[in-house]
Design a protein around this ligand. Structure first.
Ligand code: FMN
Length: 341
């Protein structure tokens, strides 16, 4: 199997849920939430794509970088490259149901390990989704991360304990899920968190804690103050709030403000290896991959997930050679990469 076959299979199997457009930019699927799209007009998804597209790379080939280093370490784990799998749930109502949530969780958690990296599992109104994610993490000897919805503090802490017992390497909350009406429909309220809430939640665990869904410098600073290990600069694939900024346009300022104090992850519209390079150049330490992993699982199951990650990795490797970036751990390496017109 190769990446073309994985995508071809995914296109056939996802039917009207996703037609794998030549450019996955949030336009065809606008408003398809539930589904694969962005909320309402799809503006936040589209902006995440468009702003990342505007970032351009300075090609340089007169240098000595012949074998750039992609290996890195996050959450105490050695990774083959600085990309992890984003938490994603709802296989039936978002993706058409070709795989169950249990199958998806296994595909991504084990497929990530096969590719030398780590997957995050998500949380939703259906308690089964979180549970099958936890079971997948157990199968992978704890090599996975649990991202919990911004429920009541006691409910979050309960799930953190479940993740700890499964041996997970880190936990977190997708704070941008604070307005999800679907959770209310399931009788499981979510909402915004105060600084004190965050401190209470973070101090309940010894595991590294991730705050997912940060788009402003002031909130990034609050995460540092609360003692978080990492933030994810993300607009949730454009699915929570329409008309937000794009991760790619706020990342530089956030990295300048807190880059020395906290690990910065970023996601949104990464479709090829060069997109990872762009986020690294803007100040991220590592990235999360979203929708392409769905195609990987549906188009080729666990192997398809590995193929998707391996493809991104080799494209990143090539991009680093052709821009003269020698090491993903060396932030100075990226300072010359972005084109300033
Ligand atoms: C179908 C779907 C379901 C998602 N479910 C979750 C979730 O349960 N928890 C979460 O934190 N993020 C969730 N996300 C957001 C992703 O984790 C990630 O932030 C986003 O997909 C990144 O953008 P990209 O898909 O363009 O790469 C979901 C995204 C999609 C497309």
């Amino acid at each position: 199997m190769d990446i073309k076959e994985v995508k071809k299979n995914a296109k056939e199997r996802m039917k009207e849920f996703c037609i794998l457009c030549p450019e996955c930019n949030g336009r065809w699927c606008a408003g398809k939430v539930p589904g694969m799209g962005g909320a309402v007009s799809g503006g936040s998804f589209q902006r995440a794509f468009d702003k990342l597209k505007e970032v351009k790379i300075a090609m340089r080939t007169l240098h000595s970088v012949v074998d750039p280093k992609l290996e890195c370490n996050f959450f105490g784990e050695n990774l083959s490259f600085p990309a992890m799998i984003a938490p994603i749930t709802g296989t039936k109502f978002n993706m058409g149901g070709y795989v169950t949530d249990e199958e998806y969780s296994n595909d991504v958690v084990l497929g990530a390990v096969d590719a030398g990296t780590i997957a995050m599992i998500g949380d939703t109104g259906d308690p089964n989704c979180f549970q099958v994610g936890i079971e997948a993490i157990k199968k992978a000897d704890g090599k996975g991360i649990a991202i919990i919805k911004p429920r009541e503090n006691s409910e979050i802490i309960k799930r953190i304990k479940i993740a700890e017992e499964a041996g997970a390497i880190a936990v977190g909350v997708d704070v941008d899920g604070a307005g999800l009406v679907t959770m209310k429909l399931f009788g499981q309220p979510v909402g915004p968190k105060s600084l004190d809430d965050l401190k209470t939640i973070i101090s309940s665990t010894k595991l590294p804690f991730i705050v997912k869904g940060i788009l402003t410098v002031d909130e990034a600073k609050l995460c540092v103050e609360a003692g978080a290990y990492a933030i994810v600069v993300s607009n949730h694939g454009g699915r929570c709030l329409n008309e937000t900024f794009a991760p790619a346009e706020v990342l530089k300022d956030i990295a300048a403000a807190v880059g020395n104090d906290i690990v910065i992850l970023a996601d949104g519209a990464i479709r090829e290896g060069i997109d990872i390079l762009k986020y690294l150049a803007l100040g991220a330490d590592a990235v999360l991959i979203g929708r392409p992993i769905i195609w990987g699982s549906i188009g080729g199951r666990q192997e398809g997930v590995k193929i998707t990650l391996d493809t991104l990795k080799s494209q990143l490797y090539q991009g680093m050679i052709l821009s003269g970036a020698d090491d993903v751990n060396n932030s100075k390496t990226f300072s010359r990469i972005l084109c300033t017109k």
